[in-house]
Design a protein around this ligand. Structure first.
Ligand code: PEP
Length: 246
């Protein structure tokens, strides 16, 4: 891949005023986007506002989730065509919070991945093990099951051209970051499993990435960037992390 990718997952945070402030600061401080690509994923109600603010900035827009269906009687859901219509390029699928809190299993995540691709969005597929699974030496088995569900439904090609975020669940929002070596080992495993015909996915590390640990993680050969939660809400921190990916 040519450019590193840094994506901010704002989760269920922000207000109109904060969107103005945060995106204003990001636009003012962002380094040239020739060597990195940057995207932010605000909550649904702020996507339009963010799209207007980001127009012409080079910073891309993403969403945090999507429905499997394209339209219909699905109260409360938001579809892929709607996300594309408001300017999203990316959509996160299978974040561990959606798996854990909203019961999204591998089969549903695979359907969401397929929906994203079929509507022209780039899915950011989140995979990662729980702490107990790591301690039981089951990390690779968990990653394989999460990836294989998507491979089986969507085919090798879809995954080889996608973005996959390795997010060990024990590192998300905990301040406990994976070591660069742990991240690299999982990324290598994922790349080997999905790279086909010379195509290889963009692999992001996510889980407590901060300005002081980003460079070490991004220096790993199979880490192509990061998916950033908490630190993406603080302009200075997110900008430092973007610069660490240069
Ligand atoms: C995330 O939610 O995807 C994430 C990586 O969060 P944090 O950076 O806060 O650990």
């Amino acid at each position: 891949m040519s450019r590193s990718l840094v994506v901010g997952n704002w989760k269920m945070h922000a207000s109109q005023a904060q969107v103005n402030e945060l995106l204003g600061a990001l636009k003012a401080g962002m380094p040239a986007l020739d060597r990195i690509e940057v995207a932010v994923c605000p909550p649904y109600p702020y996507l339009m506002q963010a799209a207007h603010l980001l127009a012409g900035s080079g910073i891309a827009l993403g969403a945090q989730n999507l429905a499997v269906e394209a339209s219909g009687a699905y109260t409360g859901e938001v579809s892929g065509p709607m996300l594309g219509d408001v300017g999203c390029r990316y959509v996160i699928v299978g974040h561990s919070e959606r798996r854990r809190l909203y019961g999204e299993d591998n089969a549903l995540v695979a359907q969401k991945f397929r929906a994203a691709v079929s509507h022209g969005l780039v899915p950011i597929l989140c995979v990662g093990e729980q702490l107990a699974e790591r301690e039981a030496d089951a990390t690779e088995a968990v990653l394989a099951a999460q990836i294989d569900a998507v491979l089986e439904l969507c085919g090798d090609e879809a995954l080889a051209g996608a973005v996959i975020a390795y997010e060990p669940v024990w590192a998300i929002g905990t301040g406990r970051v994976a070591t660069p070596e742990q991240a690299q080992a999982s990324h290598r495993f994922i790349r080997d499993r999905v790279s086909r015909g010379g195509r290889t996915p963009t692999l992001l590390y996510g889980g407590s990435v901060k300005p002081d640990n980003a460079a070490g993680l991004f220096a790993q050969p199979d880490v192509d960037g990061g998916l950033i939660g908490g630190a993406s809400l603080v302009a200075d921190q997110f900008l430092s992390i973007c610069k660490a990916a240069l």
